[in-house]
Design a protein around this ligand. Structure first.
Ligand SMILES: NC(=O)c1ccc[n+]([C@@H]2O[C@H](COP(=O)([O-])OP(=O)(O)OC[C@H]3O[C@@H](n4cnc5c(N)ncnc54)[C@H](O)[C@@H]3O)[C@@H](O)[C@H]2O)c1
Length: 357
């Protein structure tokens, strides 16, 4: 017998992502690489926002901006983009090789800035750039866009509504194939912190988002497969101690060699009044003692990896309109950064408990 289903409306859950009132915000992108072209521009255009300029020293990126995306202004040097009066919002979409200098430029120009994750390359740099933006009174947020992937967003709201009571376990398992299909990637295949920092920025942040708590300490280990392609270990297991009554774990490998069908994403939150099991975008099952009636699937509606970028930028723009702190302000994101750097250090020390400081 098919499991019963329930709609977002019936549970009083949000059916759409919050959006700013203004649709004519003028955005300038620093860095026009894979994620800018593949996700940010399509997401922003799908909700009607204007990308008025980009800055990237790479001629191929400039050509794509002009010819494929029809971006009106194309700069080599990001200082020219920041100085352009047409640009109201700075979107920093480079690797963390560029963070502090760009935040300084935005702060001097008094322009709000959102950055791709990770917030910075080191904890010291993260703390400095948060202070630079705060001293200048400039709004500063991080694209933790996984929070706006459909099921991740709904999971947060299900916990907030008390439908599973108080969570005692938060878990994410991802079994993927990136060691194969990104084997020649110019950055991810050769970096030394692929799962611990580059990827786990998302997962450590999701655990905070869902539970409303920051990990106090972490224990992390990595593993390799003989003959794997990536320089980084491509298997990660992390235990999170959130303090009394809450434990988390991440099990993540991108080494899958069997057919993709044997992999996937499985998240779960268990509380003292129920559980949810879900993937990132489409499937969510809820079993709530508060509602009764046994497990039911949630009709989650549309959501994709790409649309999640309209979520992170949407909250940033809305926060500016409402003169409030963005949900993922850079200041708030420091807890995620402390967690992932503690994880990374724990793996280097062979898997010991380390405080997230
Ligand atoms: N949120 C997500 O889900 C997600 C997914 C993928 C990547 N990312 C993040 O996005 C960032 C960029 O990743 P990517 O895959 O687009 O990288 P990429 O290498 O494809 O693109 C980076 C771009 O930055 C440009 N650049 C370098 N120095 C610059 C400078 N001084 N001024 C202007 N442009 C400069 C490069 O020429 C390149 O075009 C990384 O921090 C990565 O972690 C996030």
């Amino acid at each position: 017998m098919a499991m019963a289903s329930v709609t977002l409306k019936e549970l009083g859950l949000p059916e759409a992502l919050p959006m700013p009132k203004r649709r004519d915000w003028r955005i300038g992108m620093i860095g026009f690489g894979g994620i800018a072209r593949g996700a940010h521009v399509p997401a922003y255009r799908s909700v009607g926002w204007n990308v008025v300029a980009i800055a990237d020293p790479d001629p191929a990126a400039q050509q794509a901006a002009r010819e494929k995306f029809g971006i009106p202004k194309v700069y080599s040097d990001y200082h020219d983009l920041v100085a352009d009066p047409e640009v109201e919002i700075i979107d920093l979409l480079t690797h963390p090789t560029l963070r502090e200098a760009a935040v300084l430029a935005a702060a001097e120009a008094k322009k709000p800035i959102a950055t791709e994750k990770p917030l910075a390359g080191t904890l010291g740099e993260a703390e400095r750039i948060v202070a630079i933006a705060a001293d200048a009174g400039v709004p500063f947020a991080v694209h933790q866009n996984y929070r706006w992937r459909k099921c991740c967003y709904l999971a947060h709201h299900i916990v907030q509504k008390g439908l599973i009571g108080t969570p005692f376990l938060a878990a994410i398992e991802i079994i993927g194939t990136q060691d194969v299909h990104l084997a020649k990637h110019h950055f991810y295949a050769v970096c030394s912190d692929f799962l611990t920092v580059q990827w786990n920025t998302h997962l450590a942040d999701l655990l905070r988002f869902w539970t409303g708590r920051d990990a106090a300490r972490v224990l992390a280990r990595t593993g390799r497969m003989s003959g794997q392609n990536f320089v980084s270990d491509n298997l990660l297991i992390v235990l999170y101690d959130f303090g009394p009554g809450l434990t988390g774990h991440v099990l993540h490998t991108e080494l899958l060699r069997s057919s993709g069908a044997m992999g996937g994403v499985r998240c779960r939150l268990d509380g003292d009044k129920g559980s949810i099991v879900f993937d990132f975008d489409s499937q969510l099952t809820l079993d709530s003692l508060v509602l009764g009636g046994g497990p039911r699937t949630l009709d989650t509606g549309a959501g994709t990896f790409t649309s999640s970028f309209a979520g992170s930028m949407g909250d940033f723009l809305l926060a500016i309109e409402e003169r409030r702190e963005p949900l993922v302000s850079a200041r708030r994101n420091l807890a995620t950064i402390r967690t992932i750097f503690a994880e990374h250090r724990s793996t280097r020390e062979g898997g010991v408990w380390l405080p997230c400081t």
